[in-house]
Each structure stands twice: as structure tokens, then as C-alpha cells.
Design a protein around this ligand. Structure first.
Ligand SMILES: N[C@@H](CCC(=O)N[C@@H](CS)C(=O)NCC(=O)O)C(=O)O
Length: 219
């Protein structure tokens, strides 16, 4: 069973939780509160020098970081991870896009506007750029989704999971999706995939949830 270091309200962590839920894969979730610096402790940095979640312990003492790398790992051999070279490359294309065009803008806006108290005042200088670039990314997605149901391989894949992570919270951090009907229809399609779980869902049956503070208290 995997150990997943994750934060409930982290979109990057949610991508992995969503994939594991869709795959019906049991795992042990360890909640890391990045707002309290729990990803920057010496213990955590020894596991992931980037000091970030999600982080998957794939075997004892062997850790995998980066949400999209984790998605490929957990979904290998399933229909969520396309196998033909071109379809795999298409999925990668959109997952790189997610990391350079979407997550740094909508992800940053979500973190500072929705998660950090007073974050809007701290980031007034950056907000305009996040908005402009986030909308540009949404427009690219809209253009693709006007003629495709999903991002790669003509079916629901980990590329959709990766892009869903932050697109679905865009409306919680000032983005208005009214001008993106194809994106809104795709969000709904993803939510209708059998086994879909929302961001606030936490594993229970067959899986466990541990708080990093409990681990520290018991060690
Ligand atoms: N590119 C990474 C980004 C991970 C990331 O930014 N994680 C955030 C939470 S969403 C984090 O752990 N931040 C804490 C920190 O940087 O101290 C991924 O896709 O996994």
C-alpha cells in the first residue's frame, strides 16, 4: 500500500488522490499542512528536497515527487495512462502545459486568494499577471475542448486529471468561467466519471488518514 503525503486543499495533491480513488487503489494518506511549514521540516526535506506535496512513498524509503510523475506511476498499465507513443506524447504535452501555463497562475491565485488569510493584500503585485496568464491558459483549453471531449487519446486520461486539479477551483480565486463553455462542459464530464471524488473527499474504507502532527507525536 502506498504512503501518500498530501494536503487536503492542495490541487496538486488532489490530482493524486483523485487518480488513486478512480483506480480504487488503497493508500495511507499523511496530511501535511504546508501553511504550518510541515513540508519544510528536516524530516520532510530528507524525503523530498523540494519541500512540497504531493509525495508518494512507492516502496519503503523510495519517494516520488511531482504530481504528474506520480500520476504516470500510479496509473501505469491502466486506461488512464495511454500506451501508444503518440497518445502518451499527447498526454505529456498537456501535462507539461498544465505545469507551465495553468498551475503557476491559477494554482498560485488559488493558494494566495483562497488558502492564505490576507493573501490578496500580500500579492497585489502578482495578481494581474496570474489573471492574464491564467485566462490565456483557459482559452487554449477552451479552443481544444470545442472539438474534443478530453485532452489526449480521445478518452479520459491522467492529462484530464492533471488539468482538472486547478481548473475546477478557478472560480474560487477570481476567474470567471462564463466565457469558457467548453471548459465548463468538460469539468462536468470529469465529475461524471465513475468513481470521481471531490477535493474534500478523504480516504476511509480500506485506506487511512494520518496527520503529520500525530506521526511526530508518536515518534
Ligand atoms: N510541480 C509540483 C508542485 C508542487 C507544489 O507546488 N506543492 C505545493 C502545494 S500545492 C507545496 O507543497 N508547497 C509548499 C512549499 O513549497 O513549501 C507538483 O506538481 O507536484
Amino acid at each position: 500500500m502506498y504512503n501518500l503525503y498530501s494536503m487536503q486543499r492542495s490541487g496538486n495533491s488532489y490530482k493524486v488522490r483523485l487518480a488513486l480513488a478512480l483506480l480504487n487503489a488503497p493508500y495511507h494518506a499523511i496530511e501535511i499542512d504546508i501553511l504550518r511549514g510541515e513540508s519544510r521540516t528536516p524530516e520532510f526535506l530528507a524525503k523530498n528536497p523540494s519541500g512540497q506535496v504531493p509525495l508518494l512513498e512507492v516502496a519503503e524509503g523510495r519517494y516520488l515527487a511531482e504530481s504528474n510523475a506520480i500520476l504516470w506511476y500510479v496509473a501505469r498499465g491502466t486506461s488512464l495512462a495511454p500506451e501508444s507513443p503518440i497518445e502518451r506524447a499527447e498526454a505529456l504535452q498537456w501535462m507539461f502545459f498544465e505545469q507551465h501555463a495553468l498551475e503557476p497562475n491559477i494554482g498560485a491565485a488559488y493558494f494566495w486568494l483562497a488558502l492564505v488569510r490576507g493573501g490578496r493584500d500580500l500579492q497585489t503585485h502578482a495578481l494581474e499577471d496570474w489573471m492574464e496568464r491564467g485566462y490565456a491558459a483557459l482559452q487554449v483549453m477552451e479552443n481544444h475542448l470545442k472539438t474534443h471531449d478530453y485532452f489526449a487519446a480521445g478518452q479520459f486520461t491522467i492529462a484530464d486529471i492533471a488539468l482538472y486539479g486547478y481548473t475546477h477551483v478557478a472560480d474560487q480565486c477570481d476567474y470567471d468561467l462564463a466565457a469558457f463553455p467548453a471548459v465548463r462542459a468538460w469539468l462536468k464530464r470529469v465529475e461524471e466519471v465513475p468513481g470521481f471524488v471531490a477535493m474534500d473527499w478523504a480516504p476511509t474504507a480500506g485506506s487511512e488518514l494520518t496527520l503529520a502532527t500525530d506521526l511526530a507525536a508518536n515518534s
